[in-house]
Design a protein around this ligand. Sequence first.
Ligand SMILES: C[S@@+](CC[C@H](N)C(=O)[O-])C[C@H]1O[C@@H](n2cnc3c(N)ncnc32)[C@H](O)[C@@H]1O
Length: 381
Amino acid sequence: TSCSLEVCPWPQLVVHQTCGAQDFENGYNLHQMGFATDPKGWIDTKRCVRKFFCLFANQQFAGGQGIAFISTRENFERIKEIVEGSSASHEGGTALLPEPFHSAQIKGKGMGLVADKPLRRGARLMSMPPVFIAHRNFLERVPPDYQGPLLDLAVDLLPPSTRAVFLSQMTRFAGNRAADIMATNSFQMNLGGEDGHHFGNYPAVSRFNHDCRPNVAFHIDGDLVHTTTVVRDIKPGEELTVSYLDNAEPRALRQIRARQTWGFECTCSHCSLPESLVAESDRRLQEISQIADKLTNPQGGEVTPALIKRFIKLHEDERLDSTMATPYSLAALNFYILKDEKMAVKYAKLAVEAGTIESGPESQTVKSVKGLIQNLTQKPG
Ligand SMILES: C[S@@+](CC[C@H](N)C(=O)[O-])C[C@H]1O[C@@H](n2cnc3c(N)ncnc32)[C@H](O)[C@@H]1O
């Protein structure tokens, strides 16, 4: 074989730098590469940067999709525990089939996803397990020369078809391709504990472009599965979008963040409105934030039914369809405090519906609002 072991400047970092996919067309011969798998398929490569961030992989993960994981040993133990109880980790992702969208070139954005059929609010598009997870500090603090070899070996350890899909994602910079792919296409995720901050890559969802008023919401569950759900009715031909940013920020800030973090000028429909409408939108966002303060501290005594209704109307006028769970919950809670049980139940039910779409049925938002509904509807008498 043409593989050679190269010893990098740090003695802990020993990786194959010249192993290419062509060397092992039918999948990697892990034994030949010197790696052993445990009974659940996990490989501890023992290749680490400063003995701290190490590379782990599992080619059996998610029905043979495979996963690469760069993090601390403590987090590796955590990941093993997390995926153990997850059915997606054993069986693989699920998607609405046949896929009701196709990918296409979108002017000024690269590739994107376009709906082929009408899609209704609440339609679940995909639930996907991660392909690559890396610790935030590994990606953001370790110098490229030390990151690169570990990232390359991680990609080599993905099963061939997953590797090809991983490598087909968009890149923006020169330099290490895997580092670029992670920077351009990853989602923040928290594994819990004190050192849980990671970035996760899900190639199937990487084609969603950004919009400040998106028609698709996403969340990552405790089992690391990434789910995308439609938040407003979509017509065939419409682009499917998610938001990469905080939609509640004014246009100027949203555009700065899109430029600084993602390297694009945000020209989404909401950012491209005529100036007078942008000013109106920014004013609404400011008022939303002021009313939210009052609804979060209702003991101030300023909350009235009219104020709560205005709060909801401002969200609707702003087309914030992908982030309605919190405003609906606040409305429910404040109507409850005002002893208007009918309105409290109405908004609590809307909060459960929105929370299920935005964060999943098992999310804390949904659980706590369901608790409120139970209190309201099961009172004696
Ligand atoms: C996760 S990828 C999205 C899919 C990508 N367009 C592709 O071709 O694979 C993120 C990158 O897509 C581009 N992009 C996403 N949303 C955009 C938008 N609203 N306007 C311009 N470019 C956008 C940016 O280059 C961004 O860094």
